[in-house]
Design a protein around this ligand. Structure first.
Ligand code: 5AD
Ligand code: SF4
Length: 428
C-alpha cells in the first residue's frame, strides 16, 4: 500500500515537471514516504533525515517533505527534531503535494513550514497521477482507511476511517491500465471485503470483481487484504466462478489462540477462521492460502503460542508473513499487561518461520512435474539469463527466456521446487 502511495507521490512530482534522480544529493525535492506499521519501518526515517541534513546544509534550496503514516502520527513534532523539513503530509493528503510543489518558491522564501494532516473527507474521490513501477501488473486502490481497530495496529489512526472509492473511478483506472497493456491488477484495501459500505450505489466487493472481470485485456485480478470476519461465502463463489480472479487468498490469522485473538480485537475464533478456510478449499481445492502472524503479543503464553504453531501445522499455508509484536503509539495493546521481552518474541518468531519453511517447501515440492500457467513479469533479478513470473496461485516461477516475452502468459512445467520459488521449463 505504501509503495503504491509512492507511485502517486512520484506521479504528482512528474506532472509538476520533476524528473527522478538516482541520488538524493542531486535532488531539488525529496519526499520521504514512511510506514509506521512496525518500529523497524519507523527507524529508517530518522537515519534518512540525518543524511539529508548534511545535503541541505550544502544546498539550502533542497526542499524536504515527509509523507505517510509516521508523518500523520508524529505531525509537527517532526519539525522540532528536524527543523530543516519543509512539509509534512499524511497518507490521506497526498493530493496536497501538488499545491506545495506549485507554491514552493513562496514557502522557501518565507522559510515557512507546512503540514497537511487533516481529515480530507473527499480524498477517496480524488484521481491522482501515477508513476507505476511495473508494466505488466499494477496496483489499484479500491478503498482507504480501516474501521477495525485491531489492538496492535496504527492503521485506523494514521489512515483514518474506511472509505471506498467510487466504482466509476476504479473502472476508469482499470480500463486505462488495460489500454496501456497491463495484464494483471491487484485491488488494494485494508479490508477489501467491506468494499462499498459508504457508497450511494448498491455495490459490494464480489459485485466489483464481477464488473472488473468484464474489462478486456486484463487477464488476472488479485486483491489484498481480506479480514476473516468479512470473508463471505458470496466472495468464495465469486472467486471460484470468475476465471480471471487469481486462486490465491491472503487471510491474516495473526494468532492461533482464541484468548489472544480476543485481546487483539480480531472478532473471530480460530474455529470460525478454520471453517472459512475449509469451505474455501472445498469449493476451490487448488487455491493457495497465505497469512500474517504476529508472535509475542502482550500476554501471549507458551500455551497460546503453541496454538499458533498448531494452526500452522493444521492449515498448512502456502506462505506466511510473520512479525514480532511491535509496540505502536496510540494503540490499545500498549496498555495491556504482560509485554514480552524481545528475546522471547524473537525466539517464537524463529520457531514460526522454521516450521513454515518446512511446510512451504513441502507444498512447493508437490508442484514438481505439474504444468502451470505463468504470467511473465520480466527478467529475474538474481539471474539475468532467466525470466520470472507468477502462477495464478502467486508462486514465483523462474525459467529460461527472453526479455521481450515480458507480459506473455506461458505454460511452464515445474522441474524443481526451491524454498521461495519454482524452477521450470516451457511446454506447449
Ligand atoms: N506489530 C507486529 N505486526 C503488526 N502488524 C500490524 N501491526 C503490527 C504490530 N504492531 C502486522 C499484521 C498485519 C500486517 C500488515 O502487519 O500481521 O496483518
Ligand atoms: Fe490494522 Fe486490523 Fe485494520 Fe488490518 S484490519 S489495517 S490489522 S486495524
Amino acid at each position: 500500500m505504501n509503495v503504491h502511495d509512492s507511485e502517486k507521490i512520484s506521479g504528482i512530482l512528474s506532472e509538476a515537471g520533476y524528473q527522478p534522480v538516482d541520488e538524493s544529493k542531486k535532488a531539488d525535492v525529496v519526499v520521504l514516504n514512511t510506514c509506521n506499521i512496525r518500529q523497524k519501518a519507523a527507524q529508517k526515517l530518522y537515519s534518512d533525515l540525518g543524511r539529508l541534513k548534511i545535503i541541505k546544509k550544502q544546498r539550502p534550496g533542497l526542499r524536504i517533505a515527509v509523507a505517510g503514516c509516521i508523518a500523520q502520527q508524529e505531525g509537527r513534532s517532526i519539525f522540532k527534531r528536524f527543523p530543516y523539513v519543509d512539509f509534512i503530509f499524511g497518507p490521506n493528503n497526498i493530493d496536497s503535494l501538488e499545491n506545495w510543489i506549485k507554491n514552493g518558491s513562496q514557502f522557501t522564501v518565507h522559510g515557512s513550514r507546512l503540514t497537511a494532516l487533516n481529515d480530507n473527507p473527499d480524498y477517496h474521490t480524488k484521481v491522482l497521477p501515477l508513476n507505476r513501477i511495473g508494466r505488466v501488473k499494477a496496483w489499484v486502490s479500491i478503498m482507504y482507511g480501516c474501521d477495525n481497530f485491531c489492538a496492535y495496529c496504527v492503521v485506523p489512526y494514521t489512515r483514518g476511517r474506511e472509505k471506498s472509492r467510487p466504482v466509476k473511478d476504479i473502472l476508469a483506472e482499470v480500463q486505462d491500465l488495460a489500454e496501456k497493456g497491463y495484464k494483471e491488477i491487484t485491488l488494494l484495501g485494508q479490508n477489501v471485503n467491506s468494499y462499498g459500505k459508504n457508497l450511494k450505489e448498491e455495490m459490494n466487493f464480489p459485485d466489483l470483481l464481477k464488473v472488473l472481470h468484464e474489462i478486456e485485456g486484463i487477464d488476472r485480478i488479485r486483491f489484498v487484504t481480506s479480514h476473516p470476519k468479512d470473508f463471505s461465502e458470496d466472495l468464495v463463489r465469486t472467486v471460484k466462478d470468475l476465471p480471471k480472479v487469481c486462486k490465491h487468498i491472503h487471510l491474516p490469522l495473526q494468532a492461533g489462540s482464541d484468548r489472544v485473538l480476543s485481546l487483539m480485537n480480531r472478532r473471530y475464533t480460530y474455529i470460525e477462521y478454520k471453517e472459512k478456510i475449509d469451505k474455501l478449499r472445498l469449493e476451490i481445492p487448488k487455491i493457495s492460502v497465505t497469512t500474517d502472524i504476529i508472535t509475542g503479543f502482550p500476554g501471549e503464553t507458551e500455551d497460546d503460542f503453541e496454538h499458533t504453531l498448531n494452526a500452522l501445522r493444521e492449515i498448512e499455508y502456502d506462505g506466511i508473513f510473520a512479525f514480532n509484536y511491535s509496540k505502536r503509539p496510540g494503540t490499545r495493546a500498549l496498555e495491556l499487561p504482560g509485554h514480552l521481552d524481545e528475546e522471547v518474541k524473537s525466539r517464537r518468531l524463529s520457531k514460526v518461520l522454521e516450521l513454515q519453511e518446512l511446510i512451504t517447501y513441502r507444498k512447493n515440492r508437490e508442484l514438481e512435474g505439474i504444468i502451470l500457467e505463468v504470467l511473465i513479469e520480466g527478467v529475474s533479478q538474481t539471474d539475468p539469463e532467466k525470466l520470472t513470473g507468477r502462477t495464478k496461485t502467486n508462486k514465483i516461477v523462474n525459467f529460461n527466456g527472453e526479455k521481450k516475452e515480458t507480459g506473455l502468459t506461458v505454460n511452464i512445467k515445474i522441474l524443481e521446487a526451491k524454498q521461495h520459488s519454482l524452477f521450470g521449463e516451457r511446454v506447449n
